[in-house]
Design a protein around this ligand. Structure first.
Ligand SMILES: Nc1nc2ccc(CNc3ccc(C(=O)NCCCC(=O)O)cc3)cc2c(=O)[nH]1
Ligand SMILES: N[C@@H]1O[C@H](COP(=O)(O)O)[C@@H](O)[C@H]1O
Length: 204
């Protein structure tokens, strides 16, 4: 399977996907063929270049509308014959037409145990709520933000002295396991999204 990864920043999740997909022993069943960033000069682009993966920068301010930006990204994904899209720290909401084109083939990783703490600053939301456990969620992408069918979740404890940064780092340690795990499930066809019932179908 051919994978396209959308990023906006540091790309630690991208790095985890690169490490696993470029390690034959991981038997991921897929390769990353293109990385698209909506921001120039971010660390994630350097990570892709170091791994020999083609990169594209699509600057959202260059486009008249959200849909036009999304379609520019879609065209790059099509040109690269991408089968699966991974949102790895991609911070732009995707429009309904784009989501429809990739429904059941697009994953996102979110730094909380969804459905708790949707949206931005999920780590701060968890600290403010006083919960004792948080973690990350890998889910299929739906129009409704952070609401798609959940594939993989991993937990971390919240400690008393935690700050947003400490918690974000702790969550990232399990994100780098969760995202490759979810991608491998999809690439091997062990699970798929029944798009009419919006339910996951696990084949074994
Ligand atoms: N339609 C759809 N698209 C997404 C795009 C990115 C992410 C990543 N998680 C994200 C969750 C929330 C945001 C957000 O609210 N950003 C501030 C507004 C930025 C903007 O103007 O776009 C961004 C990414 C998830 C989704 C999703 O679940 N569904
Ligand atoms: N989607 C969220 O945004 C952050 C991106 O980090 P990185 O992958 O760019 O380092 C991660 O915490 C991830 O959960």
């Amino acid at each position: 399977k051919r994978v396209g990864v959308l990023i906006s920043g540091s790309g630690t999740n991208l790095q985890a996907l690169i490490d696993k997909t470029q390690d034959p022993a991981a038997n991921m069943g897929c390769e990353i063929v293109v990385v698209i960033s909506n921001k120039r000069d971010v660390e994630g682009l350097r990570r892709a270049e170091r791994a020999g993966i083609p990169t594209k920068v699509v600057t959202h301010t260059d486009f008249k509308s959200r849909e036009d930006f999304d379609m520019a990204c879609h065209n790059i994904l099509q040109e690269n014959r991408v089968d699966i899209v991974c949102l790895a720290g991609f911070m732009r909401i995707l429009s309904a037409p784009f989501v429809r084109l990739w429904r059941g083939r697009m994953l996102n990783i979110h730094p909380s145990l969804l459905p708790l703490f949707k949206g931005t600053h999920a780590q701060k939301q968890a600290l403010d709520a006083g919960v004792r456990i948080s973690g990350c969620t890998v889910h299929f992408v739906e129009e409704d933000v952070d609401a798609g069918a959940i594939l993989v979740q991993k937990t971390v404890p919240i400690e008393h002295a935690d700050t947003e940064d400490i918690l974000q780092e702790r969550i990232k340690t399990v994100e780098r396991e969760a995202f490759p795990e979810a991608l491998k499930l999809i690439a091997h066809g062990h699970v798929y999204l029944n798009t009419s019932t919006n339910r996951l179908v696990w084949s074994r």
